[in-house]
Design a protein. Structure first.
Length: 397
């Protein structure tokens, strides 16, 4: 681009001087601010740029997946809780190589990363024997002429396996999605919604690393003023100056080394200082935006400058009530609709929120209020607390 501004008409070969010189005006100042360049928004790119390269997004995914997978499953037949059942055994040990907590941890993690999660049921002799989580980037929805899903294609290493309904009408794949306003079949992941914040956070980290590696490399322009202000350098002088700058002032080992300029050279800075760019506060704002997209209180991630919650316990309670338990509840209802009918028509899968330590204080407060409600029967109190009724519990008192 610069050559168009300073290009001279070519001279006849016999007119070329033996000792070529470099010429330039006293100072060149350019403003090269263009449109921002955001990373790609497909699942592999999001997984690499966010989960694999961004500590905030990675921690959010881990916190949600591990917390949700730690909630035990419960099984009800009507209003009665069942403590031992083949369906509970399947959820606890879905395959020979994986236990239930690990399987659902990957299920929730994929749902947060991709906005989609797929669970395959493997049947033998008409009975569901094993469950497997499928990678979202390998699964595609097969829709009919009206747009309704009728099958799923699983692609790996160039081979495609179609998973369609069996003779009984059972779909062997459970597909869970997060809300997407513009897609009929696939969900929108929190990472995609926070993609710009992830790019800003990663760019700040890359800039900091570059600053550490090249802390003293000059960013600006060297202005040469020759005799009588003539802006010219010989080829030998130009190469020597370039070599000395690279050897003496570039790299982390030369950080902070003062630059000594010879006569006729003047340094003009053309970059912002770290204080001007204020990368630290910018990264904190981006980190809070990433946490907001996932529904994780920034206080739980150690992000400074967030005083929304009075204390850590309150932030943890909000995290469980507004993020984790709604996700577990959605999964329990999906499993009830998809898998429970294979084991019994009146079975219902639920979850045990009493096993969550973060809800202990809230649970104790509910029990205290119910114990003081003398106008309720024992079974009414148990129902309000989420427990099944007992014999002889219909009397008030």
């Amino acid at each position: 681009m610069l050559s168009r501004f300073f290009r001279r008409a070519p001279e006849h070969p016999r007119a070329l001087r033996a000792n070529e010189i470099k010429t330039a005006p006293p100072l060149i100042a350019l403003s090269l601010m263009g449109a921002p360049r955001w990373s790609a928004r497909d699942f592999p790119a999001l997984a690499r740029e966010a989960v694999m390269k961004n500590a905030v997004a990675y921690r959010c995914v881990r916190m949600i997946a591990e917390s949700a997978a730690s909630v035990p499953w419960l099984l009800y037949e009507g209003a009665k809780e069942i403590e031992a059942h083949p369906l509970l055994s399947l959820l606890a040990a879905p395959s020979r190589d994986e236990e239930g907590t690990a399987l659902f941890e990957r299920w929730y993690a994929f749902l947060e990363c991709a906005g989609d999660a797929y669970l395959e049921a493997v049947s033998a002799s008409g009975e569901v024997r094993e469950l497997y989580v499928l990678r979202p980037d390998r699964v595609s929805v097969v829709a009919d002429g009206r747009g309704w899903p009728i099958a799923y294609d699983y692609k790996v290493e160039g081979r495609t396996t179609r998973l369609a309904r069996d003779a009984t009408g059972f779909m062997p794949v459970l597909h869970a999605t997060l809300f997407h306003p513009l897609d009929d079949h696939y969900g929108l992941s929190p990472i995609q919604a926070a993609g710009n914040a992830v790019d800003v956070h990663n760019a700040g980290a890359a800039w900091t690393k570059s600053l550490l590696d090249n802390a003293a490399r000059p960013s600006g322009a060297l202005v040469y003023k020759g005799p009588d202000g003539a802006p010219s350098l010989t080829e030998e002088q130009f190469q020597r100056l370039k070599r000395e700058l690279e050897e003496s002032y570039q790299g982390a080992s030369n950080a902070g080394r003062p630059m000594v300029l010879e006569g006729g050279l003047d340094w003009r800075s053309m970059s912002y200082t770290p204080a001007d760019m204020d990368f630290a506060s910018t990264r904190d704002v981006a980190a809070r935006e990433i946490a907001l997209a996932f529904g994780v209180p920034p206080m739980l991630l150690g992000i400074p400058g967030d005083n929304t919650y009075a204390n850590y316990r309150e932030a943890n309670l909000v995290f469980w009530r507004q993020t984790v338990l709604p996700l577990v509840s959605r999964t329990a209802k999906a499993l009830t609709r998809w898998l429970a009918p294979r084991f019994g028509a009146s079975l219902r899968i639920s979850y045990d929120s009493d096993a969550v330590d973060a809800l202990a204080l809230e649970r104790e407060a509910v029990w205290d209020r119910l114990s003081n409600a003398g106008f309720l029967t024992t079974n009414e109190r148990r129902a309000a607390a989420g427990y099944s009724p007992v014999e002889g519990g219909d009397a008030v008192g």
